[in-house]
Write a protein that binds this ligand. Structure first.
Ligand SMILES: Nc1ncnc2c1ncn2[C@@H]1O[C@H](COP(=O)(O)OP(=O)(O)O)[C@@H](O)[C@H]1O
Ligand SMILES: O=P(O)(O)OC[C@H]1O[C@](O)(COP(=O)(O)O)[C@@H](O)[C@@H]1O
Ligand SMILES: [Mg+2]
Length: 535
């Protein structure tokens, strides 16, 4: 099926089948329909645009075939905006990759406008084909003359392994693939647009930065002022903006895109998702996650060595990672926060990887301490059996317990994220007290809180490759005139995803998915599902 021109039947299908579920499963892709012959479809399209907040694209009209869609197979494209949506007369240029030595023998240098990446990879026979995103990669035509590109890169939010690699590869990708020479680094996050200096970025300057943790551009929280930022973009003559950051940053990127569109500027806005928390929806996982899981192993291993060398050793490892939803709870032994592919995911994956963890506590799976099936009972059992126990606790777990205990006022950081209370300290004390006062059994408590150590390291080999793909995909997308998009792997294939799609929901560990069951089967820890019986 040609996804750049679908039939009216397609639209009717998507209206009747998709609306009852969720508006975000609609695409307002103008290129899907033939407006001139089907005016009634146009009004439907407008409605959809309103519902979804997505953007129609006319970018593929030049490429689209005249073949109508085969049938109502339920194919839906959630498209990203294109500069021609509001600048319809933009000229195009041949992609310089046509003459690139690197691509000289590649069979298909350019990604077709008909290529899409399926959101759901596991389907039932006969089911609708479902939601798709545009496949990332170089396009035959670009909407910028390389010598006229003035790009900028900004990094926002907390650190994550691999940020420098992404910066490096954007600079090298723009320069080596497209001949772009003018690239600015905005220092200190969003506020750097209007309150800090910029720095020139060249392949030579960024040559070694992938070997360092952190961000050479520095980062910050708060300080997003859309108008001031876009004023600055205009004043500096910037026409490509690469924004590296997490869920908060991507919301900021969406606001910048909207303002750029409102002002009708020839400026492409590309988001590269970054977070150790893996709270970014849709994409498979965020860069740096793999490195962080690996780094967390060191803390867990240390806890294990300590507790197996003493009598009644209890090791708790707390792993970083916030949780934006409802706080559930935590655990003991090694406390690592895994966010699915990020922090609480880090806790989950670090536990799965390690095999020395007896119990992993994450916010999504509320735990309790006392009584049958509780954490104290489990620790006692493991101490009897193994003489030591290791608990990994995610930073966001058990927040309600700590909050009640210390009567804390919920504070927020400059970006408005809730500051987490220290579940690790609370849990440590509770366990010590229980075994000393109630059980009259002295335990050897070893609490490890590696906090920033798991995110301040350089990215590992896997993440370096991943960062390279992200950066190159972002560069190809911006050069091709796409804007207001986030790039990332969906079922292992890189795609352009509408920004609001990745900010509207947060990734959480789904207890009903098999992954959590795999962890439970691996640690043999309590499920804490019978809490109600204890109340
Ligand atoms: N809803 C929002 N709209 C615009 N900017 C936002 C929004 N939320 C956060 N930001 C900005 O994004 C930047 C990073 O956000 P933060 O939540 O600290 O980190 P992260 O992007 O890693 O989640 C900050 O400069 C913040 O001001
Ligand atoms: O860097 P800070 O301000 O101390 O914040 C710590 C938080 O940053 C993170 O590492 C990353 O959060 P973001 O992705 O939102 O930047 C969280 O896991 C952690 O709770
Ligand atoms: Mg965040």
């Amino acid at each position: 099926m040609d996804i750049s021109l679908a039939s009216s039947q397609y639209y009717q299908f998507s209206l009747t089948k998709s609306l009852p579920f969720s508006p975000r499963f609609h695409t307002p892709l103008r290129a899907f329909t033939n407006f001139s012959s089907k005016p009634q479809i146009y009004s439907f399209h407008s409605r959809k645009s309103l519902i979804t907040g997505c953007y129609p694209s006319t970018a593929q009209t030049a490429d689209q075939s005249t073949t109508p869609a085969d049938d109502d197979d339920g194919f839906i494209l959630e498209d990203v905006p294109h500069l021609t949506n509001f600048l319809p007369d933009l000229p195009t240029y041949p992609n310089p990759l046509e003459n690139s030595q690197a691509y000289a023998i590649v069979k298909n240098t350019f990604v077709s406008s008909e290529d899409a990446v399926a959101y759901q990879i596991v389907v039932k026979k006969g089911s609708p084909r479902g939601v798709h995103f545009r496949r990332a990669g170089p396009r035959e035509k670009v909407y910028f003359k390389p010598e006229e590109v003035r790009a900028c890169i900004v990094t926002c939010g907390g650190l994550c392994p691999g940020i420098n690699t992404v910066i490096r590869e954007i600079v090298c990708g723009l320069n080596y693939m497209y001949g772009v020479k003018k690239i600015l680094g905005i220092e200190g996050g969003y506020s750097g647009f209007y309150s800090r200096n910029t720095t020139e970025l060249t392949p030579k300057i960024v040559n070694d930065i992938h070997k360092r943790g952190g961000t050479i551009l520095q980062t910050s929280r708060g300080g997003h002022d859309t108008n001031k930022i876009v004023d600055n973009i205009q004043d500096r003559g910037i026409n490509q903006v690469y924004i590296i950051g997490g869920d908060g940053t991507q919301k900021g990127a969406a606001a910048i895109y909207k303002e750029v569109e409102r002002r009708g500027l020839h400026v492409a806005v590309a988001g590269i998702p970054k977070t150790i928390d893996n709270d970014i929806a849709v994409i498979d996982k965020s860069f740096g996650f793999d490195t962080a899981v690996e780094e967390a192993q060191r803390a867990i291993n240390a806890a294990h060595v300590e507790v197996e060398s003493v009598e009644n050793g209890v090791g708790i490892v707390k792993l970083m990672g916030r949780y934006s939803g409802k706080y559930l709870h935590i655990f003991l032994l090694i406390f690592i926060e895994l966010h699915f592919w990020s922090l609480r995911f880090i806790a989950m994956f670090a536990t799965l990887a390690n095999r020395d963890v007896d119990c992993c506590l994450i916010p999504e799976s509320p735990f309790y301490l006392e009584g049958q099936g509780g954490l104290f009972e489990f620790i006692q059992h493991r101490l009897k059996e193994n003489r030591h126990v290791v608990i990994v606790v995610a930073e966001g777990a058990g927040q309600e317990y700590v909050s009640n205990a210390v009567n804390a006022i919920q504070e927020k950081d400059a970006s408005g994220n809730k500051l987490l209370l220290d579940i690790g300290q609370w849990l440590t004390q509770k366990i010590k007290d229980h075994f000393a006062k109630v059980k009259k059994v002295p335990i050897n408590m070893k609490y490890i809180d590696p906090t920033y150590m798991i995110r301040a390291v350089p990215s590992n080999a896997y993440d370096n490759i991943y960062c390279t793909l992200l950066a190159q995909s972002a560069v190809h997308g911006a050069m091709a005139g796409y804007s207001g998009f986030t790039v990332g792997p969906v079922n292992s294939r890189h795609a352009y995803i509408p920004i609001q799609r990745v900010t509207e929901a947060t990734n959480v560990v789904e207890l009903t998915d098999r992954m959590w069951a795999r962890l439970l089967a691996s640690t043999n820890q309590p499920t804490f599902l019978n809490k109600s019986e204890q109340d």
